[in-house]
Design a protein around this ligand. Structure first.
Ligand code: HEC
Length: 174
């Protein structure tokens, strides 16, 4: 008798948990389009892209991998909140749409967050120990961020020079 009641309560809680997981307090962060790969539009070594894909993309891209336990409230809400806030702070699936200045600023922030060890967030790193950044991950991310900032700055400078030449040609009618 007692066992049957415990099972009934368990089934009820499970049903409630699944039912509540259909409530999305931060909007439907699960149904975003995820074509292409992260950092499309940047020059990034495969190694670095792989590290960011594996260790950051769950929260900072549209390519979130949702494990089975994310289907149960209240875990579902904790995860959806992380993804919502993470994408709002930095979405690596949106690189192509960002201005050059925003990309430069974002590269600096990515390198800083990686170096300080603040990312991935602590609860996530505890649940997924393989996502902790190694010393060499941090160095590779920092080196890439530096090189990519420089590349973008050179590109801007070259465009400005070309722009000036074009304007001059136009003004002098040559
Ligand atoms: C579990 C989800 C999660 C993972 C995984 C994660 N982040 Fe974050 N990240 C967040 C959230 C949430 C924020 C916004 C709130 C904050 O700053 O703590 C954020 C903020 C940031 C910011 C913006 C900081 C600022 O100053 O605006 C950067 C850059 C960043 N993360 C980089 C990374 C990098 C690099 C990785 C991988 C090594 C990573 N994150 C992994 C959740 C995550």
């Amino acid at each position: 008798m007692k066992r049957r009641r415990t099972m009934a309560v368990g089934a009820l809680l499970l049903a409630a948990s699944v039912g509540l997981s259909f409530v999305h307090p931060w909007g439907d962060v699960r149904s975003v389009s995820s074509s292409g790969q992260i950092l499309d539009g940047s020059t990034v070594p495969d190694d670095v892209r792989k590290v960011l894909e594996k260790k950051c993309a769950d929260c900072h891209s549209n390519q979130t991998h949702w494990p089975a336990y994310s289907r149960f409230a209240p875990t579902s809400w904790l995860m959806e909140h992380d993804v919502y806030a993470g994408r709002a702070a930095a979405n690596l699936s949106r690189w192509e749409g960002m201005s050059a200045d925003d990309r430069i600023a974002m590269l600096t922030r990515i390198a800083a967050e990686a170096r300080s060890g603040e990312m991935p967030t602590r609860p996530y790193a505890i649940a997924h120990p393989a996502t902790r950044l190694t010393e060499s991950d941090k160095q590779e991310i920092a080196a890439w961020a530096r090189a990519e900032r420089k590349r973008i700055r050179t590109e801007i400078a070259e465009q400005k020079i070309t722009g000036q030449k074009e304007r001059k040609k136009h003004e002098t009618g040559q």
